[in-house]
Design a protein around this ligand. Structure first.
Ligand code: AMP
Length: 529
């Protein structure tokens, strides 16, 4: 059985407790501090009656204290559930309803959210704890504990038992029916990725890794536990740097990052604004991306600007833990139209191109990418039906319980066996790195009850942001897009809000009477050109 994930921190603290572990601006936490605070939180959670496998929701900003909280939950034998604090309360309430947490931790970033959740009745029976000194700032909620209560606990570790195939965290991702899907990830899932990735990338003690994705994105798991496993420091990217290219450039330079890992749009943002000077970031050894296709022109620009860095494309869904295949780009692409392979399976993983009946497609033919191996999640939290639909019996391995995950991605292989991702079979899209089911937006629009009909499609943006979300709607009573947008923003996060709107007398339908989405897409494309 693989070791518990939090053991990496304990080992790193044992080797050098004073070494910097996590930084955010001027705030620097050593491995020792992280270890002690996470032990104290774990003890407090146990005192509150947390049982093995209990969920602890983390409605907190990305910070050293949040990283301590993740470790604390694991040390208490719990399962943490990172919450997107920028999501509307109604959506967070749905997530909490599914996760069923015993405890919710909050901080200054989520005061309004916590009060709204309380008003919605979503916190009934949940112990609320403040992670920083903001407990008094919430009026309609009475926290059970605050930072002083954590501080008062002994600093030695409680004995933890969960590891291996036990669930460590649940990551909620967009769901096409309007209900976010909770992907359960085990200790072993993450450990298996680290066992391949840390040596493959040669991550060493004392290195400085970026912490760019939000904590509810699975990419952040690699930054956090990869840093702990190697004894490297994690440098959390402050939120303002994500919107000011020069600030992001200054951050990478000043923190002397040795590894950058993010969705491609973060890198495209820098390139597009000309924010990287030639041979900038002399310490940067590796640039990794995952989560969506890297536009080839962006990669060409990056490889020219940073000739000393090594560039790796990682591919994979949350359901298969961080990444399932990789391709290190040795030669810059020869032309802007050359696709970047998603490469070969990472250690312990396997990829297949299969038909609907799970037979392998002929060499050179397109098939749906299926993933098997060590990264496969046990499934969606408390959702057997969706789990059975997406995780299907392994077609080539008769071992009981062997499964493959249907990614919904179309792929092909080249003569060298390298995989390419060609797009989606369904209406899941990526917009600025966010995974979005267009069906979730449509379900939220339908639930508003003010529209006669609405359909949401995505059209390609100028190659940098992924896709633009477009909504066509029919509203008899004159409801306009400003009103719809305002109402919708209470149901879905901002990144899911359509940016283009089209009022129609009726939605176009195809011969089967279904909404003709290709026709709608064409309308939006034509309206732009
Ligand atoms: P997520 O669960 O947010 O990681 O999203 C997974 C989906 O993102 C995959 O099923 C793909 O559609 C897409 N994706 C992930 N990595 C890549 C990549 N390197 N290139 C192209 N698409 C990717």
């Amino acid at each position: 059985m693989s070791d518990a994930l939090h053991r990496h921190l304990t080992r790193a603290a044992h080797i050098d407790e004073h070494a910097p572990a996590v930084t955010l601006g001027d705030e620097v936490w050593s491995f020792g501090r992280l270890e002690r605070v996470s032990n104290q939180l774990a003890r407090l959670l146990r005192d509150l009656g947390c049982e093995p496998g209990d969920r602890v929701a983390l409605a907190v900003a990305k910070s050293p204290a949040a990283i301590a909280a993740m470790h604390g939950v694991l040390k208490a034998d719990g399962v943490y559930v990172p919450i997107d604090v920028a999501s509307p309360p109604q959506r967070v309430a749905r997530i909490l309803g599914q996760a069923g947490p015993r405890v919710l931790l909050f901080d200054a970033s989520s005061l309004a959210l916590v009060e709204a959740l309380s008003d919605l009745g979503a916190l009934a029976g949940v112990h609320i704890g403040a992670l920083d000194a903001v407990g008094d700032a919430v009026r309609r909620v009475t926290p059970r504990f605050g930072p002083d209560d954590v501080d008062a606990q002994p600093t030695d570790a409680p004995t933890a038992h969960r590891a291996g195939d036990d669930v460590a965290h649940i990551l909620f991702t967009s769901g096409s029916t309007g209900f976010p899907k909770g992907v359960a990830i085990t200790h072993a899932n993450v450990q298996a990725f680290l066992a391949w990735a840390v040596p493959y990338f040669g991550i060493e003690r004392g290195e400085r890794l970026s912490g760019h994705p939000p904590l509810h994105f699975d990419l952040s798991t690699f930054d956090i536990y990869g840093a702990m496993a190697a004894g490297a420091s994690l440098h959390l990217v402050p939120s303002h740097a994500n919107v000011v290219p020069r600030a992001l450039e200054a951050f990478i330079a000043e923190e002397r990052l040795t590894q950058w890992f993010s969705v491609p749009s973060a890198l495209a943002f820098l390139v597009r604004h000309g924010a990287i000077r030639r041979a900038a970031f002399p310490d940067l050894r590796r640039v990794l991306w995952c989560g969506e296709a890297m536009p080839t022109p962006t990669l060409m620009a990056l490889m020219e600007l940073l000739p000393h860095a090594r560039f790796t494309n990682l591919y994979g869904p949350t359901e298969a833990t961080i990444a399932s295949s990789f391709h290190t780009v040795v030669q810059p692409p020869r032309s802007a139209s050359e696709p970047i392979p998603i490469g070969l399976p990472c250690g312990g993983e396997a990829l297949w191109l299969l038909d609907d009946d799970l037979t392998e497609t002929a060499p050179g033919e397109v098939g749906q990418i299926h993933i098997g191996g060590v990264g496969l999640s046990p499934g969606y939290w408390r959702d057997e039906a969706r789990t059975a639909e997406a995780f299907v019996p392994h077609p080539f391995d008769a071992t009981p319980g062997a499964r493959v995950y249907r990614t919904g991605d179309l792929g092909r292989r080249d003569d060298d066996g390298r995989f390419y991702c060609l797009g989606r079979l369904d209406s899941q899209i990526k917009s600025r790195g966010y995974r979005i089911e267009l069906g979730e937006i449509e379900a939220a629009l339908a639930a508003l009850g003010t529209l006669e009909a609405a359909a949401v499609v995505a059209v390609a943006s100028d190659g940098f942001e992924g896709a633009t979300i477009c909504c066509a709607f029919v509203a008899a009573d004159g409801t306009d897009e400003v009103e719809i947008r305002a109402a919708l923003s209470e149901q879905v996060p901002r990144y899911m809000l359509p940016t283009r709107w089209l009022r129609c007398a009726e939605l176009p339908v195809n011969a089967n009477g279904k909404i003709d989405r290709p026709a709608l897409r064409r309308r939006f494309e034509e309206a732009r050109s």
